[in-house]
Design a protein around this ligand. Structure first.
Ligand SMILES: [Zn+2]
Ligand SMILES: [Zn+2]
Ligand SMILES: [Zn+2]
Length: 158
């Protein structure tokens, strides 16, 4: 994952002015374990910078995304941002619906897709949602406990 220093470096290399706010954003994402919605970021930044507008926060998130510092994923509940994966090349994601852990996948289905009528493709999205090993094991254990509780409950009732 990108460190806070590396994020700042990338922003500076691209000619972005490194304001205190942008430093704070760099730290926030470098330390965040998973995804943050624009609202999460705004709530955090609003505590530190009084009178900060949501638009300013959102604009900064967009800029950081365009620079390749952040990646955005569209969840059912809306758009969320996270630090760019360690994958430099074009990639897609498998995302755990429980813990939001993200695995980059380098397979791209676009090359298998025909473009009808000379359709010019500008961008595409391919995201796979499911449950990671840890979350599946945890869910399995909970189900197991519930089953054994139900069984012993039945025995007690008899
Ligand atoms: Zn990625
Ligand atoms: Zn998980
Ligand atoms: Zn692709």
């Amino acid at each position: 994952m990108l460190s806070m220093e590396r994020i700042i470096e990338i922003m500076a290399e691209q000619g972005l002015r490194i304001t205190d706010q942008r430093k704070t954003l760099a730290r926030l994402f470098a330390e965040a374990p998973g995804y943050l919605s624009a609202k999460d970021v705004y709530d955090y930044m609003g505590q530190k910078y009084k009178g900060l507008s949501f638009d300013t926060v959102y604009r900064n998130l967009r800029v950081m995304q365009e620079l390749g510092v952040l990646e955005q994923i569209v969840f059912e509940e809306g758009v969320k941002f996270k630090l760019h994966c360690n994958e430099d090349h074009h990639h897609h994601h498998m995302i755990c619906l429980q813990c939001e852990k993200t695995y980059p996948i380098t397979f791209c289905p676009m090359q298998l897709t025909e473009s009808p009528d000379d359709f010019q493709v500008v961008k595409h999205k391919f995201e796979v949602f499911g449950y990671c090993k840890d979350c599946r094991e945890e869910a399995g254990q909970i189900a197991e406990e519930q089953r054994s509780k139900a069984v012993s409950g039945k025995r007690e009732a008899q």
